[in-house]
Design a protein around this ligand. Structure first.
Ligand code: GLN
Length: 229
């Protein structure tokens, strides 16, 4: 059973990133892999044994509450150290970085990605397309943030910006280190770019999984129809 942990959706749900969990579960199911989505509120302890952890985007105040909760116990850091997969979008990306600056102060992040975020001089809003070495096709999404994120030496960019802003500096978007992925793409990104969902599933399972062909999709649709009847 693949354990997908959707973290603090009541705080990090502003941009619809909750859909990423559902896409992972659905695409695991297409391959006969059982998956469970668990929602964890910021007042609850984070489970240690998740396979995939998901963080979404948020307003600044909600972002701070989520970070404060995640610092208690540092469970996400321990899970990531053990190789768990983590997808962190926008506010989530800033949370897992080394630091970010709010209107009033500089805040230490979880330090899972060597990136730091500063307020930009304008809000970066609109469609975005990036090219990433992991995929044969561009990834698309939308962005809505004011943070500008600079990468340190311990991370690689997730992608190169084709249109839009991404990190807002150096023409790149996001950052990766091991199984920790940060990006500014909402969408939800995994609904718009299912190949990325499959990459995360492969990382979590440690094996290659079959491509979703029309045959698999048709077979699944037929099976669903019999179940729903
Ligand atoms: N509050 C952060 C910013 O504006 C993140 C926004 C978001 O998650 N979309 O940079």
């Amino acid at each position: 059973m693949l354990e997908i942990i959707r973290i603090h959706n009541e705080l990090l749900g502003t941009y619809g990133d909750r859909g990423n969990a559902d896409v992972l579960k659905f695409r695991a199911g297409l391959r006969g892999i059982k998956a469970k989505v668990t929602d964890i509120s910021y007042i609850d302890a984070l489970p240690k044994e998740g396979d995939i952890y998901l963080l979404g985007g948020a307003e600044d105040a909600a972002q701070m509450l989520s970070l404060t909760a995640l610092k208690k116990g540092m469970t996400l850091n321990k899970a990531a150290d053990k190789g768990a997969v983590l997808l962190a979008i926008c506010a989530g990306f800033q949370i897992v970085g080394s630091s970010y600056v709010t209107r009033d102060e500089q805040v230490a992040g979880l330090g899972l990605l060597d990136v730091s975020t500063n307020p930009g001089d304008k809000r970066l809003v609109g469609d975005i397309a990036i090219e990433s070495e992991f995929f044969d096709v561009p990834l698309t999404g939308f962005e809505n943030h004011s943070g500008v994120t600079t990468l340190g030496t311990d991370v690689m960019p997730f992608g190169t910006v084709l249109s839009g802003n991404g990190n807002g500096i150096n023409g790149v978007d996001g950052a990766i280190s091991g199984n920790v992925f940060g990006t500014y793409l909402h969408g939800p990104i995994l609904a718009r770019n299912p190949e990325f969902a499959d990459l995360l599933l492969e990382r979590a399972m440690g094996i290659q999984i079959p491509h979703v062909t029309d045959e698999i999709a048709d077979h699944y649709a037929k099976w669903r129809r019999t179940v729903i009847k």
